[in-house]
Design a protein around this ligand. Structure first.
Ligand SMILES: C[S@@+](CC[C@H](N)C(=O)[O-])C[C@H]1O[C@@H](n2cnc3c(N)ncnc32)[C@H](O)[C@@H]1O
Length: 288
């Protein structure tokens, strides 16, 4: 991802993901209990590239660094295009973005709505139309990222609220979709379990957790992913970071135990990363 767009270099670790159509994550067994088809190069679609440029432009008033970061991330990280293409966020969804950084997901959803409303024929015909009437609440520890995101999304503050919070300490708001992209490895295993349980408690019945993690069982790919994460954390915090990672099977088992049904979607094609999108649906208790 970074190689294609120099602006993406700063975003590599934040994303630590990518794709092309040529490589699957592994056998279907690797992705137990259930795996989705490997994604295609959704973020290479010309329509998505225009959308990414449009969304990133929101960050210009926030400064060069947020702007280039947003541009690089949206242009190089496949997960955003895949979420849109597959309609993972529904009309009217109350979204909670945990570890939202700059709020790039909100900027993309805004750009998608605007583009679809103005030129629906430009939307890829095989993609789900973008969600309408969603709202988003984002939380992140980094105040500079939140301030930049607030500037970028100031015109839609009635539907997008970004705040500085430690997600280990707060009760999340009630919602339909929880998004956690590349966040959980920053917090220790006990806090990971508490946060995933907290998300389950506040999700509406059949609500969805969209969780991207690195698969610690993926050998050199995983080591590369971690090295890039370390590099970015060092650059940001000037201290040696500690990460808390798990193999994919452990993530799915943890989620299953909390009460989610999990589908794992490969997210590493075309790059050296070891990431997986886990689409975890809140199970409803069996009727008596
Ligand atoms: C790799 S970045 C991903 C940002 C965003 N999810 C995205 O995909 O653009 C990880 C983010 O998690 C945030 N984070 C880590 N630990 C956190 C915590 N305990 N509470 C809130 N945010 C946290 C970091 O500040 C950082 O912005």
């Amino acid at each position: 991802m970074a190689a294609r767009d120099p602006a993406a270099s700063a975003s590599v670790a934040c994303a630590a993901t990518s794709h092309d159509s040529s490589e699957a994550l592994g056998s279907a067994e690797d992705l137990s209990p259930r795996s989705a088809a490997p994604d295609r190069v959704a973020h290479s679609e010309p329509a998505f590239r225009r959308l990414a440029t449009h969304a990133a432009a929101r960050y210009r008033p926030a400064g060069r660094s947020p702007y280039y970061f947003a541009r690089g991330k949206l242009g190089g990280d496949p997960v955003f295009a895949v979420l849109l293409r597959d309609g993972q966020i529904k009309d009217g969804a109350r979204i909670v973005d945990v570890g939202c950084g700059l709020g790039i997901l909100a900027a993309l959803l805004m750009a998608a709505s605007e583009q679809y409303e103005s030129t629906p024929s430009d939307w890829p015909s095989t993609w789900t139309p973008p969600p309408r009437r969603w709202t988003l609440r984002g939380f992140d520890l980094r105040s500079n990222a939140i301030v930049a995101g607030q500037r970028a999304l100031a015109d839609v503050r009635d539907r997008v609220t970004l705040s500085v919070d430690d997600v280990r300490q707060i009760m999340l708001p009630e919602c339909d979709t929880v998004v956690m992209l590349d966040v959980l490895h920053y917090i220790d295993p006990a806090a990971q379990t508490r946060l995933l349980t907290n998300a389950h408690a506040v999700l509406a019945p059949a609500g969805t957790l969209l969780l991207r993690v690195g698969d610690a069982a993926r050998n050199w790919r995983f080591r590369f992913t971690s090295a890039v994460d370390c590099w970015v954390s060092l650059a940001r915090q000037k201290s040696w970071p500690r990460f808390y990672c798990r193999p994919l099977a452990e993530w799915t088992s943890l989620l299953d135990g909390i009460g989610y049904s999990v589908v794992a979607q490969p997210m590493s094609q075309g790059t050296p990363f070891a990431n997986v999108l886990l689409i975890a649906t809140k199970r409803t208790p069996p009727e008596r």
